[in-house]
Ligand binder design. Structure first.
Ligand SMILES: [Zn+2]
Ligand SMILES: [Zn+2]
Length: 311
């Protein structure tokens, strides 16, 4: 199922809740609100990429994500327009990052813009496996030919570029019917686009564990006592921990493959949950898990945007 970009009522409830809980997240939350608005606009402007019937049939039996080895038709123009919009929002929400030391926002966005103006790159952006943050970062550093000192700039640019191209993937996922789809899918990668989950929730109504994709935001159910990364179901290897002050936010770890996934228990959550904001609000859990030697199922943290640390 898909609940992205978040609707107005949810946004209003969540904004107040997260800002009150973590005042330091205010700029990031404002940024996301602007991004969602722009993404919604973009989704009404771009032509939907129709799901072919054979892809839908295939999806029921396949072991591969539907979009694997497929290319979505991406308009470099639309992505460029969106990239300018998210960069403007970034500049407005993180003025300290954007001012001084040359204009860092310009420095961030320039490599990305030059990248998408290349039509080959636009074609590349239509492939889900090419738009992971790691791949985008690689692409930008190759095109811009800066040194290692520029890595943080590429990391931030990659996130902005991903937000600019994301509506295509969300729009694709939005066409898929809900009921009974992917019932067989018990994996830690998205059945639609193959990307990693941003986080999981335990559903309010039945406690079912749902993973949410970090790219197309498709949500799919997985078995609760099973590591979505390696398939381990040995109870002795699976565990979770939490901060005693926020018991509803858990980190599920697997001691076989040493991965972790943050999981929010919706029934116990004090307010509405939006994956991007919940991910940002739980950054300390990532740090704890990583300190213990676990690696995230979704390895690319949004820490650069969260802390505004682009130096
Ligand atoms: Zn996905
Ligand atoms: Zn595992």
């Amino acid at each position: 199922m898909l609940c992205y970009p978040p609707g107005q009522a949810l946004l209003e409830g969540a904004q107040g809740r997260y800002e009150k809980e973590k005042p330091s997240l205010k700029p990031l939350i404002t940024f996301y609100l602007q991004v969602y608005k722009k993404q919604k606009e973009m989704m009404t402007e771009i032509a939907p990429v129709m799901t072919r019937p054979e892809a839908l049939q295939r999806e029921q039996k396949t072991e591969e994500p539907i979009l694997q080895n497929k290319t979505l038709l991406i308009s470099a123009e639309a992505v460029e327009k969106m990239l300018r919009a998210v960069t403007a929002a970034f500049r407005e929400c993180f003025p300290s990052v954007s001012s001084g030391n040359g204009n860092l926002a310009d420095k961030i966005v320039l490599p990305a813009l030059s990248a998408i103006q290349d039509s080959l790159t636009a074609e590349m952006l239509g492939r889900a496996e090419q738009v992971t943050l790691a791949r985008l970062q690689q692409l930008l550093s190759r095109l811009h030919a800066g040194g290692p000192a520029e890595e943080k700039l590429y990391a931030a640019s990659a996130q902005l570029l991903r937000l600019a191209v994301q509506p295509y993937y969300v729009q694709y996922a939005a066409q898929l019917p809900d009921a009974g789809r992917f019932a067989h899918w018990d994996r830690g990668v998205c059945p639609v686009c193959g990307d990693a989950p941003l986080l999981a929730v335990l559903r309010d109504e039945d406690g079912k564990k749902m993973l949410e994709c970090s790219l197309c935001h498709w949500q799919w159910p997985v078995t609760r006592l099973l590591c979505p990364a390696c398939g381990c179901s040995n109870h002795e290897a699976l565990a979770f921990f939490y901060n005693p002050r926020e018991k509803y936010r858990r980190v599920y770890v697997c001691n076989d493959c040493h991965t972790y996934l943050k999981t929010t228990v919706l029934r116990e959550s004090p307010g509405p949950v939006i994956a991007d904001m919940e991910n940002a609000a739980t950054l300390t859990l990532d740090l704890l898990a990583q300190r213990e030697g676990y690696r995230a199922l979704c390895p690319e943290l949004q820490a650069t945007l969260i802390t505004g640390e682009v130096k």
